[in-house]
Design a protein around this ligand. Structure first.
Ligand code: ITT
Length: 183
């Protein structure tokens, strides 16, 4: 058995492998599922997981992770469009947008969706923090501009980040369910 993690993002895979070590093997699978337009990360992840499982089949279940960074002063932007905004505007310029705001609070939210022959289940996690000028060499994506308790997520190791992060919390809920489900 293994979990097929359908993602092109190796940072996500690294965190999931670290978190789920001892529970299940995680395989990274490249499959370009349809990312539907929705404000609801759970809907996006669940639709992707269903499509990927239908396409990939096999005995192993599939996992899809959809994550967004929600900046309070920007009305939750970029939210579900975070990947597009990272590719177009970039992390540094998103920080420049937030820099001029008095309120620099933001949160990350992750929904992981797991789909197997029994259907799909979703698990969410979030973490609140403050946007800052980029610091740190670790992590990926928006980690250098997201500060939690005085350090950016890019200044933390994978285990440390997992212990407090949106993805770590979503994976904790998933792992608890996965360990006790009936095969
Ligand atoms: P897949 O869809 O292939 O899984 P992706 O990177 O496009 O990979 P998302 O749409 O979920 O995945 O990513 C949303 C954006 O948020 C994207 O720009 C990521 O780099 C970024 N991101 C996701 N998780 C993050 C994290 O833990 N820390 C910082 N940035 C993150």
């Amino acid at each position: 058995m293994a979990i097929q993690f359908v993602t092109g993002n190796e940072g996500k895979v690294d965190e999931a492998r670290t978190y789920l070590e001892g529970l299940e093997r995680v395989e990274q699978v490249a499959f370009d599922y349809t990312e539907i337009q929705s404000a609801d990360l759970a809907e996006i992840a669940a639709t992707g997981a269903r499509e990927a499982f239908a396409e990939l089949g096999a005995d192993d279940g599939v996992l899809v992770d959809d994550t967004g960074l929600f900046v309070e002063a920007l009305g939750g932007f970029p939210g579900p469009y975070s990947a597009y905004v990272e590719d177009t505007v970039g992390v540094e310029r998103l920080w420049r947008l937030a820099e001029t705001e008095a309120n620099r609070r933001a949160h990350f939210r992750t929904v992981v969706a797991y789909c197997d022959a029994d259907g799909v289940e979703t698990f969410a996690g979030s973490v609140g923090g403050t946007l800052v000028a980029p610091r740190g060499e670790g992590g990926f994506g928006y980690d250098p501009i997201f500060e939690y308790n005085g350090r950016t997520l890019a200044e933390m190791g994978t285990e440390e980040k997992n212990a407090i992060s949106h993805r770590g919390r979503a994976l904790a809920a998933f792992a608890e369910w996965y360990a006790t489900r009936d095969d």
